[in-house]
Design a binder for this molecule. Structure first.
Ligand SMILES: [Zn+2]
Ligand SMILES: [Zn+2]
Length: 172
């Protein structure tokens, strides 16, 4: 079983300018809080592919790819959900290249893979985490699970209390 990698030392690869390397690593992805619920990467230690190329002008171009599920309560019906998330993120870090070329995840020649992985995962998760794409959710009147209750589930509209008062008046 591969060791998990929080931080990766780029200098240790001793790449010559123009040289590249592709690595298979395992990165721990911290749970995310969305709304007031906690959603966790599944598996929590995610196999990733890290591609590193040493640029000819100095610095590194990096690409991080992985897929994981995001597990937690369905945002419509609250049942367990775990839709898949595809992550494909790139960073460039070139010393002296200005803010745009200064990756926040690279300091000295060390990549904060856990931090980058978590942020890239958070950016890639769908806006609505659902148990299935067409989850009908809960009944707005009685909170029944509509997927189980079926399409016939409905409530007769409550009579408007003002009409009831009118009816009383007419009877007098
Ligand atoms: Zn659902
Ligand atoms: Zn109902």
């Amino acid at each position: 079983m591969a060791a998990t990698t929080h931080d990766f030392d780029l200098a240790a690869l001793r790449l010559a300018p123009g040289e590249g390397r592709r690595l298979e690593l395992e990165v721990p992805i911290e749970p995310l809080e969305l709304g007031s619920e906690v959603y966790a990467a599944e598996p929590p230690r995610v196999p990733v592919e890290l591609t590193i190329s040493r640029m000819t002008g100095g610095g590194y171009a990096l690409r991080l790819r992985f897929s994981a599920a995001i597990g937690g309560p369905c945002m419509r019906c609250l049942k367990p959900a775990a839709p898949g998330v595809e992550v494909d993120a790139r960073e460039v870090d070139r010393p002296g290249g200005g803010e745009e070329l200064d990756s926040p995840y690279v300091s000295e020649e060390t990549v904060d893979l856990a931090g980058w992985g978590r942020d890239a995962f958070a950016l890639a998760v769908p806006a609505k985490i659902l148990c299935r794409e067409d989850c009908p959710g809960l009944c707005p009147v009685c909170a029944a699970d509509l997927a189980a209750a079926g399409p016939d589930h409905h409530h007769d509209p409550e009579p408007d209390p003002r009409w009831a008062k009118l009816r009383e008046l007419k009877l007098e």
